[in-house]
Ligand binder design. Structure first.
Ligand code: 5RP
Length: 226
């Protein structure tokens, strides 16, 4: 099976976690896009959605689904999103698609977080995938120095095919931090959040996944975290 077929399989499997009549939080990225296409098939069963990025909102609206502003909503039943890495304990690195801050906000008000990922994303220790950190542009170099002091090698994310900084939906910039061997994801998540100028970091350990649907050549594996 190709990686896309594995992503499609978990996206289909995630439909069983959608709760009728509820608002569904929707993530960002290629796996989330497959999920949006599946959700569209049952759109009449849900009340609506909250999107974790402008790109996701546009795709949801393109399928005729209602997208609520998070300020209109007090709680979300379930949040469904991909990951760049996930551990056997349900901690994740996210933000490869630059939507980490909104993803973290939507996840924080969701009762359940269902991670959908192809099997290549499961790792024992995170850090091979550079950790995305969203920063205020004026703080970029100051934050870079602090991330270097933590043992990382931060690099400013650029717009594809350009030497200009990539700008997020929130007006932030992204530092991708290589070289981290993340043995205590919750402590590192908190530590990076303490750096002034950081908007959010891509570690989802304090609020990790509740369930991960992992696409493998033997089928979809369900990992459940306590
Ligand atoms: C976007 C994310 C994505 O969930 C993550 O990058 C995985 O993407 P994909 O499903 O394309 O592999 O965190 O900010």
């Amino acid at each position: 099976m190709t990686q896309d077929e594995l992503k499609q399989a978990v996206a289909k499997a995630a439909i069983q976690y959608v709760i009728d009549g509820e608002i569904i939080g929707v993530g960002t990225g290629s796996t989330a896009n497959f999920f949006i296409d599946e959700l569209a098939k049952i759109k009449d069963r849900i009340k609506g959605t909250v999107a974790s990025s402008e790109a996701t909102a546009a795709r949801l609206r393109g399928h005729g689904m209602t997208v609520y502003d998070l300020n209109e909503v007090s709680e979300i039943a379930v949040y469904i999103d991909g990951a760049d890495e996930i551990t056997p304990a349900g901690a994740m690195i996210k933000g490869g698609g630059a939507a980490l801050t909104r993803e973290k906000i939507v996840a924080s008000v969701s009762r359940q977080f269902i991670c959908i990922a192809d099997g290549s994303k499961l790792v024992d220790v995170m850090g091979r995938f550079p950790l995305p950190v969203e920063v205020l542009p004026m703080a970029r170099n100051a934050v870079m120095r602090q991330l270097t002091a933590l043992g990382g090698q931060p690099r400013l994310r650029l717009k594809a095919g350009s030497d200009q900084a990539f700008i997020t939906d929130n007006g932030g910039e992204i530092l991708d931090v290589a070289g981290l061997h993340i043995t205590d994801p919750a402590a590192l998540e908190t530590g990076i959040n303490q750096i002034v100028g950081v908007i959010a970091n891509g570690l989802f350990a304090r609020r990790g996944a509740d369930v991960c649907l992992l696409g493998t050549s033997e089928g979809v594996r369900t990992l459940t975290f306590a």
